[in-house]
Ligand binder design. Structure first.
Ligand code: B12
Length: 211
């Protein structure tokens, strides 16, 4: 198989949610020396974008989205150690969760993997995280950054609700807040940008504290 065939196969099999084939192709690609980022950004993620486009057109329904998502998550588990294996030392603590009312977690999990790879200690609160739970976790773990992930236009208002809850608990000035997810602007909606921004924000905050 050529690298092109691997990428095309990965795209097509993710699209139809064929998890075993996606796993096999992921392993085959890696075995051929293809980079994990190539498999992710040139096949797996574009395929899920196509799934979303088909859903929007009414060609796909929730079950198709679900099996495609599962196929992608399976591949992500194989890629996880490779994406995270940089051996970087801890640069900060990142608390992450998908907001209340939202169950999408693939993007969040990918960002977590990239953050871990860049040396962040990541505490993942999972999905459907209520504002009170974010507040309690910030009090417990004292993270440098808290990340809210949302994938629906209907759950994006939870960003504001979470920030209000942080303000009410007197925590807003203690943490940097980052938001992301499919409906959030391109500038933030990318795992590698997320890592770069996280580091920049942390540096800025440290220099403010030390000034
Ligand atoms: C898979 C999927 C599902 C799966 C989720 C499985 C799972 N475990 O996550 C299931 C089937 C459960 C699902 C359900 C629904 N879904 Co859905 N889903 C998708 C799909 C196809 C892919 C999402 C995905 O994983 N993408 C791949 C990842 C890697 O990319 P990403 O999510 O954009 O993540 C990147 C960035 O956003 C960023 N990022 C993510 N989080 C964070 C956090 C921070 C802090 C930062 C800095 C960055 C960051 O980094 C990531 C990596 O680059 C999208 C289509 C799309 N175009 O996104 C629809 C989509 C998000 N879903 C949609 C809808 C409508 C629904 C449902 C309401 C459908 C229904 N009628 O029931 C339900 C809602 C359920 C709920 N309450 O949450 C719509 C949302 C439309 C909108 N604007 O509101 C979309 C856009 C499809 C569409 N085009 O219509 N879905």
């Amino acid at each position: 198989m050529t690298p092109e065939e691997i990428l095309k196969g990965l795209f097509d099999e993710t699209l139809v949610g064929n998890a075993p084939a996606v796993l096999e192709l992921t392993n085959a690609g890696l075995g051929m020396g293809m980079g994990p980022e190539t498999l992710l950004f040139e096949a797996l993620i574009p395929s899920l974008e196509e799934v979303g486009a088909r859903f929007e057109r009414g060609d796909f329904f929730v079950p198709e989205m679900l099996i495609a998502g599962r196929a992608m998550s399976g591949a992500l588990e194989v890629l996880r150690p490779l994406l995270a294996a940089t051996g970087a030392q801890t640069v900060g603590k990142f608390l992450m969760g998908t907001v209340k009312g939202d169950v999408h977690d693939i993007g969040k999990n990918l960002v977590n993997i990239m953050l871990e790879g860049a040396g962040f200690e990541v505490i993942d609160l999972g999905v459907q995280v209520a504002p009170e739970k974010f507040v309690a976790a910030i009090e417990e773990h004292s993270p440098d950054i808290v990340g809210f992930s949302a994938f629906l236009t209907t759950t994006m208002p939870m960003f504001k609700a979470n920030i209000n809850a942080l303000e009410k608990a007197g925590l807003r000035d203690k943490v940097i807040v980052m938001v992301g997810g499919a409906p959030v602007t391109q500038e933030y909606a990318n795992a590698s940008t997320a890592v770069r921004r996280a580091k920049e924000l942390l540096q800025k905050r440290c220099s403010m504290v030390n000034a």
